[in-house]
Unconditional design. Sequence first.
Length: 159
Amino acid sequence: MTSPAILRVDGLVASPRSFSFDDLQAFSETEHVRDFTRFHPKRPGDGVTLRALLNRVAPASEATYLTLHATRDDFAASIPLEDLVDEAVVVYQLDGTPYPDSKGGPFRFLLKNPAMCHTDALDDCANVKFLDRIELTAGGGRDTRRNDEQAQEALHHHG
Ligand SMILES: Nc1nc2c(c(=O)[nH]1)N[C@H]1C(S)=C(S)[C@@H](COP(=O)(O)O)O[C@H]1N2
Ligand SMILES: [Mo]
């Protein structure tokens, strides 16, 4: 058996924590965002708010950025925390089962209203797939969105 997928939230926080599918399902209804198609018609699924996750880890006052890591394909995005906090959802289920790989699961970071690619820190590129770690940092951390032109081109020639 493979071990269950885990989302780690750590860095400049009082209580680093790891969340499983079951842990996220247990979040209260007010901490949930049901049916993300209300924000983006092509992105179904249910998630929990970034705020609800942060409430459980107690960010330090020095934490100003979130760095979102996808170990699987070595992708990262780093975004100012205050811009994000009411904008972001971690989607973890579709029809009551873990969010599929084909949609960027088991955990996918989604912005309610992303800007076009490369036009803002909160752009479509920040909708990190295969999210396994949210790291709180003082100032910006790793961000593979700002690669050279050619690499960026390659990134956008998917699907
Ligand atoms: N892990 C990971 N997440 C990622 C990417 C990636 O290459 N790896 N590409 C990003 C970019 S550049 C964009 S524009 C969106 C595309 O999301 P979509 O394939 O669901 O349209 O995913 C973002 N999330
Ligand atoms: Mo992108």
